[in-house]
Design a binder for this molecule. Structure first.
Ligand code: SF4
Ligand code: SF4
Length: 70
């Protein structure tokens, strides 16, 4: 699974790129198996690891290489 580091400049380019919709915007709750969970970051987009299938599409659009293997 991938994770977003503090190098992220919150350009949000990766959010729409994820085919699994595993990347959520900062400060937005995510829902998994019917359970609503508070955001993992208030500062930048974040990856819900259990939804990520490691396709790496997100890494191709990140201008600062802030998406890395968790
Ligand atoms: S690696 Fe693929 S599935 Fe995982 S967060 Fe990035 S775009 Fe989404
Ligand atoms: S593309 Fe990179 S810099 Fe932009 S929001 Fe995603 S992780 Fe952050």
């Amino acid at each position: 699974m991938m994770t977003i580091t503090e190098d992220c400049i919150a350009c949000n380019a990766c959010v729409d790129e994820c085919p699994q919709t595993a990347i959520y915007n900062a400060g937005i709750d995510y829902e998994l198996n019917g359970v609503v969970t508070p955001p993992l970051s208030e500062d930048h987009p974040y990856v819900v690891g259990s939804l990520c299938d490691d396709c790496k599409s997100c890494t191709e659009v990140c201008p600062v290489d802030a998406i890395v293997e968790a």
